[in-house]
Ligand binder design. Sequence first.
Ligand code: GDP
Ligand code: IMO
Ligand code: MG
Length: 433
Amino acid sequence: MKADTSGRCVAVVGAQWGDEGKGKIIDVLSEEATLVARYQGGANAGHTVRVDGDEFILHLIPSGVLYEDVRCLLGNGVVVDPWTLLEERDALEERGVAMDGRLGVSARAHLVLPYHQLLDGAQEENRGSDRIGTTGRGIGPAYRDKAGRTGLRVADLADEDRCRRVVEGRVDDANTLLEKAGVEERADADEILERLDEIRDEILGLATDTGQEIRRELDRAAGRVLLEGAQGSLLDIDHGTYPYVTSSTTTAAGAAAGVGIGPRVIDEVVGVVKAYTTRVGNGPLPTELEGEAEERLRELGSEFGATTGRPRRVGWFDGGVVDYAAGVNGLTALAVTKLDVLDEFDEIRVGDGYELDGEPVESFPARADDLDRVDPVYETWEGWDGSTAGCTGWRALPEGARRYLKRLEEIADTPIRYVSVGAARSDFVRVGG
Ligand code: GDP
Ligand code: IMO
Ligand code: MG
């Protein structure tokens, strides 16, 4: 990036439970990028970009797409619902975003097929009160096929026999599982193969080697690459609040593997955090609010899911989470979003670490049950006078807001480089820039 980041290859990751505002940050940083790539997840993501009153919610296509000279890639680590991808591309074109020749998808990316979604729904049903609260987009079953070596990849579309063998085999297995789960719906191999036939050429036309493209881009002096994380660090399959997680490596280390470059190619890792905390779906949320304060924060922050419309659970900023995420990702900078949402509060709380059974917690609990039981150690802050909304410089922020940010920086032991104070592209502060 230009003057404000020294890195030419920057990974942007969520450092909480997703929906931190990654789409907004990627959109702003894309002004100086030449290529933006998603590296994991699938259409479970909902990344919102707002420009001049127009809102775009992106599920698969990277959030750099609104700049028409930016190449947009889906890496090998992404699980791609090919119909959703084409629909999203077409919808963007209909809204006047020229897509010609600048969208690519890794030939190695796995496909999400209709039986994955059916299985996702059935498995959630069967989990009963232990349900994860997935987005229903077939993500877990698609990654299970990938790890189980029974998946179908973009490149396989060129081999019709292989497509038939894989799809028929998976449909048989899926239907057995669906029957066992007491679900009436069945997957239909012929129908899936017919639908794949319809899009085969178009998807193969997008197929590329994302690692090679990115390396070549960085070989050019002008090349600037952003790697766009989806979900958040606490939803990471290894480092998140297992089993209440998604099925991919959301953290920065997944960025290299998920596009096909070496880890040392990544110069900077920006962690996006809300000025408070949200979570959609089940699992522990130590600083969760209840009652009136909960309703107020949800309403002021418009905290409803971009993919499923579900109300998001809300809580105060959890330093235990962000400090952990800073370590797991090796964050080099923070982007704090939605600071404006706290403008209205007379009192703000910040969690700095936890106690469990009266003892300080020294390392982030591995068990979701333990995290569920911790007591955050809170600091109580007075709200600030004045409004952060629409500020575009550090000095324009109210003094109290600046002190709050400085404290977050201290807790996470990571410098804040960007602050977002509204959904629009222009509501943005570059710290020290
Ligand atoms: P993502 O999944 O991390 O890209 O985040 P989402 O798009 O799911 O959720 C973030 C929501 O907050 C979206 O509705 C954004 O338009 C909105 N948003 C992003 N940054 C800000 C901000 O600084 N202030 C306010 N008020 N809204 C923001
Ligand atoms: P973005 O990229 C917030 C959550 C789901 C569920 C869990 C597993 O917009 O930040 P999955 O469908 O992935 O198997 O669901 O993960 N989840 C998200 N929460 N933001 C997201 O994406 C999410 N993607 C998945 O709610 O708890
Ligand atoms: Mg989202």
